[in-house]
Design a binder for this molecule. Sequence first.
Ligand SMILES: O=P(O)(O)OC[C@H]1O[C@H](O[C@H]2O[C@H](CO)[C@@H](O)[C@H](O)[C@H]2O)[C@H](O)[C@@H](O)[C@@H]1O
Length: 300
Amino acid sequence: MSEEPPPRLDEQLPQIRSRLARASDLLVCLDFDGTLAPIVDEPDEATPLEANERALSELVAEPTVSTAIVSGRSLPDVRNRIDEADAYAGNHGLELARSGAVSVHPIARKRAASIDEVCSALEPVLSPVPGSRIENKRLTATVHTRNVPEPLRPIVHRRTTTILDRFGDDELELSRGKRVLEIGPAIPWGKGNAVELIASGLPDDAATVYVGDDVTDESAFRVVEPAGIGVRVGADDPSAASCRVRSPTDVVSFLQWLGSAGVDLIEQSGRRDETPVDPPRAYPSRGQIDLEYFPKSRDG
Ligand SMILES: O=P(O)(O)OC[C@H]1O[C@H](O[C@H]2O[C@H](CO)[C@@H](O)[C@H](O)[C@H]2O)[C@H](O)[C@@H](O)[C@@H]1O
């Protein structure tokens, strides 16, 4: 990954056009917080921009386009916040909903009890810290520090690390996001893996676009680039994405552009007529799914 922030999206339009002009189909994967919805102080109050919802609906209506929301929130939470997408990945890719069925990473499912224990242990040590908040998302947990006064944030970090060392038993790991500490199972699985799974149901010459704003979106950028298009939302962070926009408002413009010029480029390529498209692979029902859709591992 370059140390430099990626170039602005408008500077990259010729490259984006040429990638779309070679594609038979388009998969548009979108992060939620900071991408479709502006970042707000209270996580419960995050709402997508109406214009982003409209632009998503227009993409959903296009026969050459598939859509997915890929979020760090729990699956039920993110599905309640934004409707209509063809697929949803929650908990940073550990749970997936598509074609009417849900699959959960088998190791993450086993470690849900440890997440619960850690949340219970964190409650008494963090509740005295003003503004701190624990979001238990079953497969992962988020410790929020956005509303914690700056001088107290190191205390939250220390206490969280201490509890995780005591209860996590090497099964859980800590990572950082935007004013949050994310606690999840220590397994090599992230948003990028979820995007690969979703894309595997599409023809080989489909183009995948991924738009996201935070650290966990980087694994998805690495998966889609360079054949697809990664768009980092935010000012000047280095990223594996090939271009950037500044804010969720700019995401609106990009989604609108994809729904008009982007779809035209794909249709003009005419590749769809030549390529027989496999029917989307349906998710099997709960219970059958885990080992089939997620990799086996020693304790899986
Ligand atoms: O992958 P995402 O959909 O972007 O989810 C990442 C985390 O988003 C939420 O936290 C972030 O947004 C909050 C509301 O704007 C903000 O207050 C917080 O500081 C941000 O980090 C969500 O609450 C987490 O569960 C997600 O993991």
